[in-house]
Design a protein around this ligand. Structure first.
Ligand code: DGJ
Length: 730
């Protein structure tokens, strides 16, 4: 990793082990993007900015500066001076103008990586070397300073970008659009890879061709959302796991976002990412600054796998702070699909008793333990234990669980208030709403206005008070609706456009405080399943509930899309009963375990209703978890075959960092009559090592496993699965 400025050529060079990023200054003013790709070092690449061909730069062609602006590959685009592609920045002045033009002013190269105030961002960590380039630009007409930040770590090929705005003028500025990153390149017949979805159908990989004009993936729901992951990648055609180029951006943010790819009249592409401008406006007083959240950029010319590994390593080494990152997570049983709201202490303890005997280590009490919450239309905000359901409160429950050798985890939905709640009756103003306009109900609840300091205080104290008074090892932090009628009675008219961003900052502040006061807490974020599965939340919780769809078949595609970016150790996955509550599908109990092992692993069922055979299988699964969890948590993930593509089977593997073992998960989604075994080529092994297939005792050469493959015999039935473990013979 190194950042270098060639003073003579006015070129910045940023290199990681395998990549290089070049930025050039034209006319001493315009900051242009020269190159992002495989590592090279030659600063003689400035000609790639095409400054010797028409339209010439303004120093030689001032009579047609607009033509230059219309084509120049800007590092950070602005609106109003001739660049008619998507802008990163749009600033309104007190006089009402919206034009902004940035001129290069200076640069700094810093050791380390500065934090972003109030925002999650990648950090160097104790032993990680980092370097940061700050390019300072200015619009002198409006007194705005813009600092473009680029950071890299010694052990990563990722490039982190963010932007800091400072009002150094005399008047207020109104930020209408502040994106975090822009990448202008020539088109190479790119296709766009995104992870669209829906509730219970999150993050399915999807490719689309680029068309002239702008295409986007975005969320205006107040959360990053089930529908759109804050991720976009451009890939060369026919990209595979190991061949082809990919340019990816992933947003470290948990609210509204917009990622656009614009194919221009000259067949250049502009890729941008940042906070969604819809409804956004931030008042920047003289002297104030605004930090745009971080975008992680990853480039690979070795196909998707290298991109995935770069994201996984970055998030494991530089984003997830939890002490549980490298620890075995307890085997938990969550009572949601077991009981929904219909439980009391006796029922929970009956489940816990059998679960404990099977090897479950923690009972997670989900929604329904507080206020009068026997259905989803009331009591959010009234965080007092319902002693009718739980006599003696949490103290009695934890004491009884302790006797069974089990810990307690608990569910909260802290950001919400039910219409039917004491909190709402006392403070209707605390809900996000617009006075005089009917507030749209969703799941019978409203969203609390986290821009209000007293709401932050109330929410924090409600959760903390419970945790202070009971031995709770784990919190599932849920969030179950999207934003409508976005208004705050706390903010004045000029600041209403800040609400969505202030809300996200409020969520971050709450979780930061919680983890400070309860450093041993294992936090799992959740948003109606995986509606806020984003790098921002990962900064606070080492695992996120992946989807409310616990069907093993559906989960293959959901977890595949999730694992495109996120390590398996972050993916909340549980075994549930069949027919599955969401899709009604019946899959073998074993397969449900194999799929859940590809995540954090746990149960979401009423064990008292399981057969003896299922009890036995459950004990076996838990033993598998104990055996394989260090490998799954710490190893390298490989996508091997996707049922999404071949409609017959799915296969992924996890290889130990030292390549001494590999666990292969194979699920046959559709059985086929009269057919031979499946040939599966493994990856990531030592070609010169020998490996023992533990289940058969057979020995294979690493190179044969990778080039020739293994033969998986046909299995009986749809969704039959198999785990295969290979260990190096030394
Ligand atoms: C949505 C979550 O995703 C579920 O797991 C469960 O906790 C429910 N909310 C409870 O209301």
């Amino acid at each position: 990793m190194a950042i270098f400025f060639d003073e003579q050529k006015e070129i910045f060079r940023l290199t990681t082990e395998h990549t290089a990023y070049f930025i050039g200054i034209v006319d001493g003013t315009y900051v242009g993007h020269i190159y992002y790709g495989p590592r090279m070092e030659d600063c003689g690449c400035g000609y790639l900015l095409r400054t010797k061909e028409s339209p010439l730069p303004p120093s030689e062609n001032i009579w047609d500066k607009a033509a230059f602006a219309d084509a120049f590959p800007y590092e950070y685009s602005t609106w109003g001076v001739g660049d008619f592609r998507n802008p990163c920045l749009c600033v309104r002045t007190a006089q009402g103008s919206r034009t902004c033009e940035l001129s290069y002013e200076s640069y700094r190269i810093l050791e380390g990586k500065p934090d972003l105030p109030g925002l999650p961002s990648a950090f160097a960590g104790e032993n990680g070397a980092a370097e940061t380039l700050e390019i300072v630009c200015r619009d002198t007409c409006i007194g705005l300073k813009v600092i473009l930040r680029y950071s890299m770590f010694a052990d990563s090929d990722a490039l982190m970008r963010s932007v800091l705005l400072v009002n150094e003028g005399e008047e207020e500025l109104y930020l209408e659009r502040v994106l975090s990153a822009c990448l202008d390149m020539d088109d190479e017949s790119y296709q766009m890879l995104t992870l669209p979805g829906s509730w219970a159908r999150e993050r399915h990989m999807e490719y689309r061709p680029l068309r002239h004009g702008s295409q986007e993936v975005s969320s205006q729901r107040g959360i990053s959302s089930h529908q759109a992951q804050p991720f976009v990648a451009l890939t060369t055609p026919n990209i595979t796991e190991t061949t082809g180029e990919v340019y990816a951006m992933h947003f470290v943010y948990s609210g509204n976002f917009q990622a656009q790819v614009e194919l221009s009249q000259f067949d250049t592409v502009r890729m941008t990412m940042g906070i969604h401008p819809q409804g956004f406006e931030w008042v920047l007083k003289p002297g104030e600054s605004f930090a745009a959240p971080e975008v992680v950029c990853v480039y690979s010319n070795q196909g998707l796998r290298a991109m995935t590994h770069t994201f996984h390593e970055l998030y494991r080494n530089h984003l997830i702070r939890s002490r549980y990152l490298h620890q075995k997570r307890p085997v938990l049983l969550n009572n949601w699909e077991a009981t929904y709201f219909d439980f009391d202490a006796d029922r929970l303890l009956a489940i816990a008793k059998e679960a404990g005997e099977a090897g479950v280590e923690m009972l997670v009490m989900d929604d329904g333990w507080f206020g009068k919450r026997n259905h989803d239309h009331c009591s959010l905000g009234d965080w007092q234990v319902n002693e009718e359901k739980l006599p003696g409160g949490l103290a009695a429950l934890t004491a009884n669980l302790k006797k069974l050798g089990m810990k307690l985890g608990i569910w909260f939905e802290p950001e919400m208030v039910s219409k039917d709640s004491d909190l709402y009756r006392a403070h209707p103003d605390w809900a996000i709403h617009i006075p005089g306009r009917e507030l749209t109900m969703s799941r019978g609840q409203y969203i609390l206005d986290l821009s209000r300091p007293e709401v932050i205080e109330y929410v924090y104290e409600s959760v903390a008070e419970i945790l202070r008074n009971a031995e709770i090892a784990y919190v599932k932090w849920d969030m179950n609706r999207q934003m409508t009628e976005i208004g705050s009675t706390f903010l004045d008219a000029a600041h209403q456009g800040e609400l969505c961003h202030r809300y996200v900052l409020g969520v971050y502040e709450l979780q930061e405080r919680l983890l400070k006061e309860f450093p041993d807490l294992l936090l799992e974020n959740c948003t109606s399943g995986g509606g806020r599965f984003d790098p921002g939340m990962l900064y606070f919780s080492p695992q996120i509930w992946c989807s409310d769809d616990t069907d093993a078949g559906e989960r293959l595609a959901i977890q595949e899309g999730t694992a495109l970016l996120y390590p398996l150790s972050t993916i909340g996955a549980h075994v549930s009963v069949c027919p599955n509550h969401i899709v009604g599908r019946v899959t073998p109990f074993e397969t449900r375990g194999y799929v859940a092992l590809g995540g954090t692993f746990g149960y979401e069922l009423d064990i008292t209703k399981l057969s003896e055979e299922e009890h036995r299988l459950m004990r076996e699964q838990i033993a598998l978890y104990h055996t394989y969890q260090p490998l799954i948590r710490e190893g390298d993930y490989y996508r091997i075959a996707s049922a999404r593509e071949n409609h017959q089977y799915d296969c992924f593997s996890v290889v130990a960092k030292d390549r001494s073992e590999v666990l292969v998960t194979f699920i046959q989604t559709a059985a086929r009559a009269n057919y031979h075994s499946r040939k599966i080529r493994l990856a990531g092994l030592n070609p010169r090592a020998a490996y023992r297939w533990q289940e058969t005792g057979e020995i294979y050469a690493g190179e044969t496993l990778m080039m020739g493959g293994i033969l998986v015999p046909p299995l009986m039935g749809d969704y039959a699965g198999r785990l295969m473990h290979f260990v190096e013979v030394r």
